[in-house]
Each structure stands twice: as C-alpha cells, then as structure tokens.
Ligand binder design. Structure first.
Ligand code: SAM
Length: 261
C-alpha cells in the first residue's frame, strides 16, 4: 500500500461527513454510530426509501457478476456487506462451489445479517461474517475470485485505500464490482430526486427508525461521492483494468466493474 495512504490518519486533516467537515480520525467512528443506530430498521428502511428499487439494483449486480452455476470453487468477499443482501443473493445464484464472506466494520449490522442467514438456513460452510475495515482487510492476498461492495464505499474515509485492498485480496483474473449511489444524469429527475432525498428520506428515518439525522448523513454522503467518471478513474488508479460503469435508474445508482488481470 502506498505510504501516503498508510499515513493519512496521522495527518490531523479533515474529511467530509455528509456536508459537515470533521477530523479525519473521528470520521469512521461517526459512520459506525450511524449504522449501529439504524441496524435494526436498516432492511425495512431500504425498501421504504427506494420503493423496493434497491432489490432490482442488487439483482443487477449479481447478474453482472454472473457467478458460476457449476460446482467450481468461487469465493466472494462482500465488503461493507451489512445485513447480507448481496451475499445471500449471490449464494442463491451460484452453484455448490460458491462461498461468501461478509466483511463489515459494524457488529450490529452483521448481527442482523446472522439472524437473517439462520432464518434462511444458510450455514457457516457457505457464509461467514468477519468484522473488519475495508481500508485494511483481515485476509491474505489473492484469496478471492470476486469482490463486491454495495452502498458501502462512500462511507469509507480513504476510498483509495479500500480500492488498494480490493485489488490485493483478489486473485489474478478476479473481478471487482461496486454498486453505489451516483450522479443523476437526467435533467428533471435530478431535481425530483433532490427534493425527495433531502425532505422525504430524513422524515421517513424519523418516523420509522426514530432517527432523522442518520438518514440526513446518508443522503448528504451520496452528494459528496465522486461522479461516475471520477470514480472509474480511481478504480483504474488502484490497478484495475477494463474498468466500466453502467447507470441504473438514470444514474441514481451505478455499477462500476473492473478486473485484476
Ligand atoms: N451492503 C449492504 C447493503 O447493500 O444493504 C449494506 C450497506 S450500508 C448502507 C453500509 C455498510 O457499510 C454498513 O453496514 C457499515 O457498517 C459499512 N461500513 C462503513 N464503513 C466501513 C468500513 N470502513 N469498512 C467496512 N464496512 C464499513
């Protein structure tokens, strides 16, 4: 990992937390507070906020991954995997050789995921949960066939460090896929979307999860995230090749993909 990435936490500089500026060292703790507070209502809120669209986007992510249906071993790491939406969809789509590891920094989010996995009779031989930071993954190099991260990377303080780690843990020939909110590229939709996200989402958060502020952060963090082209360039800078992206629902979300060759 480049020295400038490793030393960042010691610089005393600032980072954005939604629209606020906070100390870089404090930022991850604030993000963790958000997810520990919303964990119990996270899945319900996802459905309410997106009108169920997040399910279609996650299905698109798994289609893009196109995991093998055979018994060939295929190990996925789903970083910032939270309550397990992407990992469980992957396990449904892949053959008996497919295994998934969810790595998330929040114990509370993964506890929700463990309860869900037990409810679907998914055992630890197919799905494991490991607490860890996307910027410093607790896995040896070149371990996984595929790396996914859905609605996770904008919460990470040093995106370039997370991308470097994605590259490191993938085998040569491995695939990187990121589903993230992005930049709406349709003139009328962008205004409607802004009005909806800044008014309705914090209000829904207050009503359903008893926490408008956490949902305000989630909306603001979307606006702080690099647009499609800039993020694609960051993925190339981490060493990935054949980097592409595809907009979903007019750019409300996008899937970026790249290969470690
Ligand atoms: N991927 C899941 C999904 O699509 O439903 C959860 C997405 S949720 C919006 C963001 C997740 O990122 C949370 O579970 C949070 O704990 C996790 N997260 C935030 N910062 C992280 C970090 N530095 N490393 C790993 N996970 C992180």
């Amino acid at each position: 990992m480049p020295a400038d990435v490793k030393n960042r936490g010691e610089s005393g500089s600032e980072a954005s937390f939604g629209f606020a500026r906070v100390s870089e060292n404090a930022r991850q703790g604030l993000v963790n507070e958000v997810f520990s507070k919303v964990a119990g209502r996270y899945d319900l809120m996802n459905d309410l906020m997106s009108g169920g669209l997040h399910r279609l986007w996650k299905a698109d992510l798994i289609t893009a991954l196109s995991p093998p249906k055979s018994g060939a071993p295929f190990a996925l790491i789903d970083v910032a995997g939270g309550t397990g939406d992407v990992a469980t969809r992957f396990l449904d789509a892949t053959g008996p050789g497919g295994t998934a590891t969810i790595c998330d920094i929040s114990k509370e989010m993964m506890d929700e995921g463990k309860t869900r996995a037990e409810g679907c009779s998914i055992g630890p031989e197919r799905l494991t949960f490991v607490q860890g930071n996307a910027e410093n993954l607790p896995f040896e190099s070149q371990r996984f066939e595929a790396y996914t991260i859905a609605f996770g990377i904008r919460n990470v303080t040093h995106i370039d460090a997370a991308l470097a780690e994605a590259y490191r843990v993938l085998k040569p020939g491995g695939r990187f896929l990121c589903l993230e909110f992005s930049n709406v590229e349709m003139p009328l939709l962008d205004r409607l979307y802004d009005a909806y996200s800044f008014n309705a989402i914090p209000a829904l958060g207050r009503l359903v999860a008893g926490d408008g502020e956490s949902y305000r952060y989630l909306v603001e963090s979307i606006r702080r995230f690099p647009n499609q082209e800039r993020f694609a360039q960051m993925i190339r800078d981490a060493g990935f090749e054949r980097v592409r992206y595809r907009n979903l629902t007019g750019g409300i979300a996008a899937i970026h993909s790249g290969w470690r060759l």
